[in-house]
Ligand binder design. Structure first.
Ligand SMILES: [Mn+2]
Length: 440
């Protein structure tokens, strides 16, 4: 295995330096993500917390970062070397390895966290820590803050202020650097290739989980370490369930299958949704609905540039989809009234976009002073309008019942416009019809 962080150590130093400037004379604490038991002594596959990784490149659990704004000191708590545990579970950096490869000013054993933390925070009246995510971490921080306060004796000062440190890093993570854009571009490309592999192999009679495995296998083959989120593969009316999780149904003739899957690469994820006919040919009704959503999706994508807002894109998406719904007889009445009374949510119940980055629903504030924030170069998000007609919706024209369609791309804001990071995943009707089933 290759030791040390992926990429240049300078990237992580630079991020911590930027954070230190923001916390001024406060102290920031970040915990590694806790390991999760699956059953008995078997764990879920471990993935580091994104913010923790962003600041260190360090991937081991049971680790803690402490950054002191006054002294600019970076302290890292890690697991000690342990021959027995390493025989069973594999390599650990230990204190010396962590110091050598990840550049902390001082390194401690995670066993000493409770005793050392009060010392590290006692000079500060502000502690940056996200309270409420993990009770066991909250406990440690609270104890340390109490101990630090006691140690100060009679100072007249109260308990230190507690500020959410993750939100501050979240704002940093929202604007992607060129290095991050490269990783997102790669994740977008691998994700596109996985979707293409899935389209080629699709045939009626296969199970949703087979299709899932083919897509994910292509992700891995192309260098993706893991998924960005659990894949959704929903055929027929399963596609109308937004976060369908079962993936155990059989694909039938004349159905559309909706696939929402994303490969992670270097801790950054793609997030693509494509919807296509199981036998490679859209029915007339499927095509009408599909082309409606596609037109809206393309209009929303090409609208992206700095200075507009996600709310503008969402509104564009709503207005476009309302026109489609009126056109196809899904809704009746005036577009204005449907918009104002939000009756479109019957068929388009979700938002159009979410931030994308290390997490599929990435960090970063959406609204500033109650208003959707202005887009800037380096922001990355999904554009994913959809229409979902429930199977039992007797008010909808029968030809559309049980059809769910979503089309999703990953968009990076550039200086003058946008870059579609997932443009390699085909979405035009003729492209899809050519691809689907072509390797069967
Ligand atoms: Mn998405």
């Amino acid at each position: 295995m290759q030791l040390g962080p992926k990429g240049n150590l300078e990237i992580y130093n630079h991020r911590r330096q930027k954070l230190l400037e923001k916390i001024k004379d406060g102290v920031a604490i970040f915990f590694a993500h806790p390991e999760q038991i699956r059953n008995n002594d078997a764990h879920h596959k471990y993935r580091q917390d994104s913010t923790f990784y962003y600041l260190t490149g360090f991937t081991e659990p049971e680790s803690v970062i402490v950054l002191d704004g006054k002294t600019s000191k970076f302290s890292l708590f890690v697991r000690e070397k342990d021959a027995t545990r390493e025989l069973w579970d594999g390599f650990r950096y230990g204190l010396d390895g962590a110091k050598k490869f990840f550049g902390p000013d001082q390194v401690f054993s995670i066993k000493d966290l409770a005793s050392k933390l009060p010392e590290l925070i006692k000079e500060s009246q502000r502690v940056y820590y996200r309270y409420g995510d993990h009770r066991e971490h909250d406990e440690v921080v609270l104890e340390a803050m109490q101990a630090a306060r006691r140690a100060k004796g009679r100072s007249g000062l109260g308990f230190p202020d507690l500020i959410d440190g993750n939100s501050i890093v979240g704002e940093m993570r929202l604007i992607k650097s060129d290095d991050e854009a490269d990783l997102l571009r790669k994740a977008g490309h691998i994700t596109s290739m996985g979707h293409i592999a899935g389209m080629k192999a699709t045939r009626p009679g296969m199970f949703e989980y087979e299709l899932e495995a083919i897509i994910e296998s292509e992700f891995r083959r192309l260098g993706s370490e893991r998924l960005g989120y659990n894949s959704i593969v929903g055929t027929g009316a399963n596609a109308t369930v937004l976060h369908y999780v079962f993936n155990d149904d059989k694909l039938a003739e004349n159905q559309l299958v909706l696939v929402d899957a994303g490969a992670e690469y270097g801790y950054y994820t793609g997030d693509i949704t494509r919807t296509y006919p199981t036998n490679g040919k859209f029915t007339a009704a499927q095509k009408k609905l599909y082309e409606g959503v596609l037109k809206v999706q393309k209009e929303c994508v090409s609208f992206v540039k700095p200075g507009i807002r996600l709310a503008d894109i969402h509104n564009k998406s709503i207005h476009g989809l309302i026109d489609v719904m009126l056109d196809l007889g899904l809704l009746k009445g005036s577009a204005q009234e449907i918009f104002e009374k939000k009756t479109f949510t019957k068929y388009f119940p979700h938002g159009t976009s979410h931030w994308l980055g290390m997490d599929v629903h990435d960090s970063g504030i959406y609204q500033i002073d109650g208003q959707s924030r202005l887009l800037e170069k380096g922001m990355c998000f999904s554009v994913e309008p959809g229409l979902y007609v429930p199977q039992d919706d007797s008010s909808a024209p029968s030809e559309f019942r049980g059809i769910g369609i979503r089309i999703e791309d990953d968009i990076l804001v550039t200086a003058n416009g946008y870059e579609n990071l997932t443009k390699d995943a085909p979405k035009e009707v003729n492209e899809i019809e050519d691809l689907v089933g072509s390797s069967v």
